[in-house]
Design a protein around this ligand. Structure first.
Ligand SMILES: NC(=O)c1ccc[n+]([C@@H]2O[C@H](COP(=O)([O-])OP(=O)(O)OC[C@H]3O[C@@H](n4cnc5c(N)ncnc54)[C@H](O)[C@@H]3O)[C@@H](O)[C@H]2O)c1
Length: 370
């Protein structure tokens, strides 16, 4: 198959969909890979590295879309890319259709086959192509939180791990899923006094089993949250109710009960945030202050560490990309239900129920195709 890797052109997006190592694997399976010049630059991969493993470099994005049977990307196509996508072309990337009507309509019009990373789903309902970004954001939340606790950045001026003779900082993590677990591991490793709150007792039991002694678990409730915020230095928002807006677990009135310089990191900002005072920020201006409480709520945290994020993402996407390239989308999706669930739009038909529901568009059951 002819595979194309365009350079990401969405603002501040430095990830790339295939690393040189990924290209090598696809070449080993007999495929032809075209990579747009400088596509890997933002993640630290030079054009020469791609060339050395057999990729063919193309100067423009038009060339890449023009040649490829399968486009492998990171972010959803932006308006400038709509017209480049061709009939029958397979596009494998994050789409997040349900939150973007113009994109959905443009992809219907293109008659391309759109396979969305975010809806590829395993039998246990986990989302293997979303997990790596939650892992990155979870680990990063502590790195950022520790930094903003420093006095010059308006934090309380407390060192996360303390020192001999001085107590460590107290970290409270709301939600013990992927983000929360990774955050807890980082905070615990730095010596902080950590508590994870979740609504799921089985999850709390599991975390209690696997976490080190400086991580405690607590049932999530308004009462417990109100008690905890009084003396916790860093609070991480990491809850998720699939398909719904995040619940507001910390309300505006609670800020006055926190100590000045407390830091709130709301990783769940992309689902509306789990603090009432959360509003999305960017890496250019990641924080703002309300009632002396520092808020960090960057909507695309992994974007700040493109090297790690690219490797984490491509580790997860490559096995699927290889299946699609080896078998073509129809056979690959027939043989692998995880991939099949990634199909959102096929040749003008919406085949993913949540997307058709979101915009009142006609729904075509997948079995008409596979
Ligand atoms: N900002 C970013 O850059 C970024 C990056 C990756 C993920 N995220 C977001 O982070 C959030 C968490 O993702 P995840 O992968 O860890 O999800 P997850 O499903 O693995 O975990 C969510 C956890 O929240 C718990 N929960 C639900 N309601 C709760 C409540 N009231 N109190 C306490 N816990 C509760 C659930 O039981 C679950 O354990 C999501 O909104 C995700 O979109 C953001």
């Amino acid at each position: 198959m002819i595979i194309g890797v365009p350079k990401e052109i969405k603002n501040n997006e430095n990830r790339v969909a295939l690393t040189p190592s990924g290209v090598k694997e696809l070449k080993r399976h007999g495929h032809q890979v075209f990579v747009q010049a400088t596509a890997g630059e933002g993640s630290g991969f030079a054009d020469d590295e791609y060339k050395s493993v057999g990729a063919e470099l193309l100067p423009t994005i038009e060339d890449v879309y023009g040649k490829a049977e399968m486009i492998v990307k990171v972010k959803e196509p932006i308006e400038a890319e709509y017209k480049l996508i061709k009939e029958d072309q397979l596009v494998f990337t994050y789409f997040h259709f349900a939150s973007h009507e113009p994109l959905t309509k443009a992809m219907i019009e293109s008659k391309a086959v759109c396979l969305a990373y975010e809806t590829v789903e395993k039998a246990d309902r986990s989302l293997p192509l979303l997990v790596p970004m939650s892992e990155v954001a979870g680990r990063m939340s502590i790195q950022q939180g520790a930094k903003y606790l420093e006095k010059p950045l308006k934090g309380r001026g407390i060192l996360l791990g303390g020192v001999p003779g001085v107590r460590p900082a107290k970290v409270m993590i709301l939600g013990g899923g992927i983000v929360g677990t990774e955050a807890a591991k980082m905070a615990a490793g730095m010596g902080a006094d950590v508590t994870i709150l979740d609504l799921s007792l089985p999850r709390l039991r599991y975390l209690d089993d696997v976490m080190p002694a400086n991580v405690k678990t607590l049932m999530s409730s308004e009462y417990n949250i109100r008690e905890m915020i009084k003396d916790h230095d860093l609070i991480i928002g990491a809850v998720l109710i699939p398909g719904a807006k995040a619940p507001k677990l910390i309300t505006r009135d609670m800020l006055k009960d926190m100590r000045p310089g407390t830091v709130l990191v709301d990783v769940a900002v992309d689902q509306g945030g789990c603090f009432e005072t959360t509003k999305p920020t960017t890496h250019q201006e990641p924080t703002y202050i309300i009632d002396d409480v520092v808020h960090y709520s960057v909507a695309n945290m992994p974007g700040a560490v493109p090297y790690t994020s690219t490797l984490a993402l491509t580790n997860a996407t490559l096995p699927y990309a290889i299946q699609l390239a080896n078998k073509g989308w129809k056979t690959a999706c027939k043989e692998n239900n995880e991939l099949r669930l990634g199909l959102n739009v096929i040749k003008g038909d919406v085949v993913y129920k949540a997307v058709s529901d979101a915009f009142d568009l006609p729904f075509t059951p997948l079995d008409q195709y596979i």
